[in-house]
Design a binder for this molecule. Structure first.
Ligand SMILES: CC(C)(COP(=O)(O)OP(=O)(O)OC[C@H]1O[C@@H](n2cnc3c(N)ncnc32)[C@H](O)[C@@H]1OP(=O)(O)O)[C@@H](O)C(=O)NCCC(=O)NCCS
Length: 184
């Protein structure tokens, strides 16, 4: 049994460790991280997936971005512990985020990833949506939360301002001793 919960400040470093395990610590050199630098994740779209014993099985975080002058969710990173992969945890996290983002009124989602995995959720290749280099354009994928949400949306993907109502979310308050060590 897997239980999803919104990520809290208490989870932060455990989540970071799982990302390091799944992607290797060099993950923050990826171009998508330049869109996350200094921007808070959307707190209501960040989830942990834990098993009955409270062991962290998977995680997902999401950031706001601009595509041209339009707002979108940059989905991910999503990661599932190597011992729990293939059990559906990734799918549970993906569907939770897509449903929650729809309920929160977001229109469109994008990500950089493997089309063979993400097409099962309804993602499709985006044309003319330009991630910071180096990014393989074939890996830039989109998802409509509203009909036709990606029609006519193209241009550079750039940072968007904080989208959390009320300012910085508690998610990002990990304590002063770690304030300079965050690697998002
Ligand atoms: C990708 C990831 C999140 C999937 O999570 P998961 O819980 O293992 O996925 P699910 O159990 O929901 O789905 C498993 C299915 O996805 C497929 N799959 C997993 N990764 C895939 C990939 N990169 N490309 C194509 N298919 C993939 C599996 O073969 C399996 O297929 P099946 O249903 O036909 O048997 C997980 O494998 C992971 O953390 N990988 C390392 C980090 C990573 O690559 N994250 C994604 C960044 S783009």
């Amino acid at each position: 049994m897997i239980e999803l919960a919104e990520e809290t400040a208490h989870d932060w470093w455990e989540v970071e460790a799982l990302y390091d395990l799944c992607f290797a610590p060099g993950r923050t050199a990826l171009s998508s991280y330049r869109l996350r630098d200094g921007v808070d994740p959307v707190a209501k779209l960040c989830f942990t997936a834990r098993d009955n014993d409270g062991i962290l099985a998977g995680v997902i975080r999401n950031w706001p971005v601009h595509v041209g002058d339009r707002l979108a969710i940059l989905l991910g990173p999503v990661a599932v512990h190597p011992t729990r992969q293939g059990e559906g945890v990734g799918g549970i996290l993906m569907r939770k985020v897509l449903n929650r983002a729809h309920d929160l009124g977001w229109s469109r989602v994008m990500l950089v990833g493997d089309y063979p995995y993400y097409k099962r959720f309804g993602f499709f290749p985006l044309k003319g949506v330009l991630m910071p280099p180096p990014t393989n354009p074939d890996r830039v994928l989109g998802y409509d939360l509203a009909p036709g949400a990606w029609v006519g949306v193209h241009g550079d993907v750039t940072q968007a301002p904080d989208c959390n109502p009320g300012g910085r979310p508690h998610l990002n308050d990990h304590g002063p001793e770690h304030a300079d060590a965050q690697s998002r």
